[in-house]
Design a protein around this ligand. Sequence first.
Ligand code: 13P
Ligand code: SF4
Length: 369
Amino acid sequence: MATVANALAIQDFFHFDAAELDARIVAAKQQLGDRLVILGHHYQREEVFCHAHFSGDSLKLSRLAAQSQAEYIVFCGVHFMAEVADILSRPEQTAILPDLAAGCSMADMANLGKVERAWGELHEILGDADQTITPVTYINSAADLKAFCGRHGGIVCTSSNARQVLDWSLQQRAKVLFFPDQHLGRNTGYGMGIPLEEMVTWDFMQPMGGLTPEQIHRAKIILWKGFCSVHQMFLPAHVNAFREKFPEGKVISHPECSFEVCQMSDYVGSTEFIIKTVAESASGSRWLVGTELNLVNRLHERCKHEGKHVHFMSSTICMCSTMFRIDPQHLLWTLENLLGDKVVNRIRVPENIATDARLALERMFAVSV
Ligand code: 13P
Ligand code: SF4
């Protein structure tokens, strides 16, 4: 039944205006009924986000994907999220990413070849790597890196459980190799009391990560030199300017922000945590928010009626441009093809990779409360 032969063509969907797209998405959702679940990440643009059955951060969405009974899981997010949905769902379910070009530039900063090379080099310095290092991958990574962690006694983390995951990992072995986001690893490790000197940055462009054997021996956490191009735009100068103007205001940031920005923030947490914290704050409160623009704009709209003020941290527009590729045209194209029993843009992780990746994801669920 799942085939793309005679599928409707995406080009035809760019002739519709916004109202028509919206109405047709609503109608297609209604016709597909329980066979469909649309999951929407908080960074999704509003015209798409409003059609999601459920929204959340990466941890919440991966749990929802695992629990869903729907035949079709349409993921309005980025590629690694749809891969996780495929890994955690049953074989008869189908995970779909409306635009295959919706990737994550941070996830692309690590790949299996580079991680295996690093593992081999660390093995040479430290002895048996499987006895000395727990590999930890941020969920923002390709499925084969999750599988690597599964095979080597490692684990996956998200921005909302990184501390519990690092605690567990350091109970297994003396050191952690954390990829691909250096900032989440550093911010979390420091919050657990690990000094900066015991966290080194592995430059994946250089032999031996650009580190000396002494530095590697001394390190507790080895941080892959990856970062998010959106969150690196938030700077200490933005926080200083806000505090000067609004000394009573609060600052809240995502842990993908730099160490300096997170240290200057009153609160640091996942997208779900940011929304919850601001939404539950007292009326009249003022917030500077260091995360993606679509989330912040939506939070501003939601809170302004309660007299709350929500400011975006950067003075320039910084959006997750890959997430933005999921537009109403691609969503409608996906749904109307499903109505004709045609599956477009299915995300399917090969079973041998999925099996090992599931191991690392299940370890994560076991340590997350
Ligand atoms: P959350 O899990 O906090 O939603 O973060 C996902 C992400 O990609 C942030 O850039
Ligand atoms: Fe990836 Fe950054 Fe986009 Fe999050 S905001 S999905 S880390 S590129």
